[in-house]
Write a protein that binds this ligand. Structure first.
Ligand code: FAD
Length: 303
């Protein structure tokens, strides 16, 4: 990273919204995380390309941020540039039963808006509090639905290739997995195939799934959703509950009393609290049941 990159960003990236030392706690659903050196918000592909060229020229590390709903940002924050897509990336359009949605768009909004437009297929996603890009990256899913069921193609940007479309077969979709987890590519648009349906039926399904989610998940407290991936043959929540860890707390981080698969921030939790709690749960579950719990939440930032 070249020493004067932060000064240079002001002029070289002029016209692109940027803020220094941005507290990541404000941009994550956990409400945890130290400052990002620079938060940059490109509005279109041209601005995104300029940001990426800048990162290459000044050897600045970068990461893409969605709605921060699957992230634990360490307390020292993030060195380099955090990119948050805005403007053009927040829109969607319909062409028959094909929907093209910008990666920065909120998945819940897309789910409700497509339902209202009489398109079925994304109802499962109504309560997943991320962006379209984050949902593709994670192949997010809920209630027997998963992005892989509706995705047709994805457009991504990379420094080496510029803009490229990837067909479904090239997306390497698996359980909470996609190609983007292994390559420095930025998802800019997702093309989905939905089916024509009665709008009210779609909206009723959304209302039902919302009620089910609200009754089971601790949505009243900050969290990053399920902390661990589902191990083969087990459900994480009941396993943690059986180990007597429901309500167990380290600092402000607590195993949720409502759903033991969630860690909640009961107030003032640090990333360190959460990481220590994760390690404690992993240790207990491994020693009692021989099961390795692997975090689903992505841990980022300076160690
Ligand atoms: C209360 C709650 C409930 C949840 N329920 C569910 C659920 O039912 N099912 C489920 O699957 N998940 C669930 N989650 C987890 C989370 O919402 C999903 O993983 C979601 O897909 C993350 O999207 P995001 O935009 O917030 O991504 P972020 O958390 O901001 O980022 C996650 C990763 O995706 C990458 N990324 C984001 N956007 C892009 C992009 N455009 N291009 C390249 N990389 C990108 C980031 O760099 C990061 O590595 C829940 C979370 C919470 C807090």
């Amino acid at each position: 990273m070249k020493a004067d990159w932060q000064q240079k960003a002001g002029s070289i990236l002029a016209g692109i919204k940027q803020q220094r030392n941005y507290p990541m706690a404000e941009l994550t659903t956990f409400k945890i995380g130290g400052p990002a050196d620079l938060l940059v918000e490109p509005e279109d592909v041209g601005q995104l390309a300029r940001v990426m060229e800048f990162c290459r020229e000044f050897s600045v590390p970068w990461m893409l941020l969605g709605l921060g709903s699957n992230l634990l940002v360490r307390d020292k924050g993030i060195r380099g540039i955090v990119i948050k897509l805005t403007g053009d990336f927040l829109t969607w359009e319909r062409d028959g039963n094909t929907v093209r949605a910008g990666a920065g768009m909120t998945l819940g909004d897309l789910s409700r808006e497509t339902a209202r437009a009489g398109l079925s297929g994304l109802e499962f996603a109504c309560g997943i509090p991320g962006t379209v890009g984050g949902a593709v990256y994670m192949n997010a899913g809920a209630y027997d639905g998963e992005m892989s069921q509706v995705l047709q193609r994805v457009q991504a940007y990379s420094l080496d290739q510029g803009l490229s479309w990837y067909s479904k077969d090239e997306l390497e979709l698996g359980y909470r997995k996609s190609r983007f987890q292994f390559r420095p590519e930025i998802i800019v648009m997702a093309e989905l195939h939905l089916t024509s349906a009665d709008a009210q039926t779609c909206l009723d399904k959304i209302a039902d799934l919302t009620e089910r989610r609200e009754s089971k998940q601790p949505l009243e407290l900050p969290s990053a959703g399920s902390v661990f991936r589902r191990p083969e043959g087990y459900y994480v929540g009941p396993l943690i509950e059986k180990a007597g860890l429901k309500g167990y707390a380290i600092g402000g981080a607590q195993v949720s009393l409502k759903h033991a698969g969630f860690i909640v921030n009961t107030g003032g939790a640090t990333a360190d609290d959460v990481l220590r709690l994760i390690a404690h749960i992993q240790h207990e579950i491994k020693s009692r049941y021989g099961v390795e719990l692997v975090p689903e939440v992505k841990v980022v930032g300076e160690e």
